[in-house]
Design a protein around this ligand. Structure first.
Ligand SMILES: [Zn+2]
Length: 420
């Protein structure tokens, strides 16, 4: 390779589908040995300089050194990562602590999605102590999360969400919204925390424990009038747009199951031994994530640690996860859910708001729950983590545009179009 070509800075990168396939075509002298170095191809070098957040100069030094050791594929050039996203950049804006996409149709088109239908997409919103993130996920197709907005949290959460929805022009798209129940409260202007009337569909009384597990039908909530029944702000979206989130329902069921276990019994003890990474506080509070629940579901020894009532509750919970909350919705799901509710009652579980949704609003879960399954919720969290790791917590228009650029390049969208 000619060394002099290395300092070439090209703004335009060859993409998307010509990802070099000859990474394995190594020098034949060494063929078959396991210690053959694999050379960086163009895309790998680009990702590396971006992941390291290197300056243009540093990226050139790195490439030069790699080239000295013959670790670059023929013709690989330094492409300065800050410019490769430039085609996506016009669709993003930044105002104070908020970065957002102001032109979603244009972005979709630039990403190769010429046929953008708002109903095919779900809006996911995640709020943590530090930030608020919005992404779009395609309903049912394997397309990565498209980042729409990121805000460093301002003081008043309701106002932050209102501002974000306004900036991404939610009213023009009216996507269905998949969020945790805390966020549902904010979106609908409900008081947060432990309130008397937390349900946005009916006037279920969370404090009337004598009627929990007994009464299924509660007076419907006719409206969301400010000042009444724990509603303190105007709703930001229509109630009909809210999807009861399968992943969070699952986590909520797990929580009630674990909290009802005998804390001195072998079943509870087993979880502690099996998952030493789980803190005692989390264990007692029943706070698990998706992978941890899957691990227990797959573990035959877990069931053996249970008494009969616990086993009934656990197996019926697993049945709900597998036949209702996941991709597959069984025809007799009503029966399966009711069986679980009965066994949870027998175990002495509390009726939480999430259990209440299953108990009283099973008809409110979308028909095609499979497309909006709990897996989709997990996908969202994974994608967010990838973004966080890749850009080391940096959120600006370049980062969002770059991520969209990489989605396009990774040909997830291309695969989608080729398949259709
Ligand atoms: Zn209700």
């Amino acid at each position: 390779m000619d060394m002099r070509q290395l300092p070439d800075i090209s703004d335009n990168e060859h993409c998307p589908s010509d990802r070099s396939s000859d990474a394995n075509e190594t020098n034949s002298d060494y063929e078959g040995t396991s210690s053959v170095p694999q050379r960086f191809n163009q895309n790998e070098l680009n990702d590396l300089t971006r992941d390291l957040n290197l300056s243009k100069k540093a990226a050139e030094v790195l490439a030069s050194r790699l080239n000295d050791k013959n670790l670059l594929e023929q013709g690989t050039k330094i492409t300065f990562y800050r410019t490769r996203e430039k085609d996506m950049l016009p669709f993003f804006s930044q105002e104070d602590n908020l970065v957002f996409c102001h032109e979603i149709r244009g972005l979709m088109k630039e990403m190769g999605l010429s046929e953008y239908i708002p109903d095919d997409w779900r809006l996911f919103i995640d709020s943590s102590k530090r930030s608020l993130k919005c992404v779009l996920l395609h309903n049912g197709k394997k397309i990565g999360s498209i980042p729409l907005a990121h805000s460093t949290k301002l003081k008043e959460e309701y106002n932050t969400i209102a501002l974000v929805l306004q900036k991404i022009k939610y009213h023009e798209h009216q996507w269905l919204i998949c969020v945790d129940l805390k966020m549902v409260n904010f979106l609908l202007g409900q008081q947060s925390g432990y309130t008397k009337y937390p349900c946005f569909l009916c006037l279920w009384d969370s404090r009337d424990k004598t009627h929990h597990w007994v009464r299924k039908d509660w007076p419907l909530r006719e409206n969301m009038d400010v000042g009444e029944k724990n509603v303190i702000n105007d709703a930001l979206v229509e109630r009909e747009k809210i999807i009861l989130p399968p992943l969070h329902i699952k986590l909520g069921l797990m929580k009630q199951f674990v909290k009802a276990l005998d804390k001195d019994g072998p079943c509870f003890e087993y979880i502690g031994v099996k998952m030493p990474q789980l803190s005692t506080e989390k264990l007692k509070a029943g706070i698990f994530d998706g992978p941890q629940i899957r691990q227990l579901i797959k573990d035959p020894a877990f069931i053996n640690s249970m008494n009969e009532v616990e086993r009934e509750a656990w197996t019926s919970f697993v049945a709900v996860v597998e036949n209702f909350l996941g991709k597959h919705k069984a025809e007799n799901y009503v029966e399966i859910v009711n069986k679980m509710l009965n066994s949870f009652k027998s175990l002495g579980c509390n009726m939480s708001i999430k259990v209440h949704y299953l108990d009283s609003h099973l008809d409110r879960f979308p028909e095609n729950l499979g497309d909006m399954s709990e897996e989709q919720g997990e996908r969202f969290h994974q994608d967010i983590k990838i973004m966080e790791d890749r850009y080391q917590g940096r959120w600006d228009i370049h980062m969002m545009a770059d991520y969209c650029w990489s989605l396009k390049r990774d040909s997830i969208l291309n695969a989608y179009f080729n398949a259709n």
